[in-house]
Design a protein around this ligand. Structure first.
Ligand SMILES: [Zn+2]
Length: 69
């Protein structure tokens, strides 16, 4: 059991795909074993999607970032 929970910053970088592969491997492994972080990851992803939709609506020229599904 891994005890290091994912930080909010790490979850956001996972969603945005800006995390390095070593961190991603560790966090993915943790999320598979931690319902709490898995839930937080889902919430973070939904939040970022909502933010991106809002930005695209408000600023039509805003480049749509990629989000990991
Ligand atoms: Zn955790």
């Amino acid at each position: 059991m891994i005890h290091n929970h994912a930080s909010q910053d790490e979850l956001e970088r996972m969603c945005l795909g800006t995390i390095d592969s070593e961190e991603l491997a560790r966090l993915t492994d943790h999320l598979l074993n931690c319902a709490e972080c898995e839930t937080r990851f889902g919430q973070t992803r939904d939040y970022l999607r909502a933010m991106q939709r809002a930005l695209v609506t408000l600023t039509p020229d805003w480049p749509e970032p990629e989000v990991v599904n």
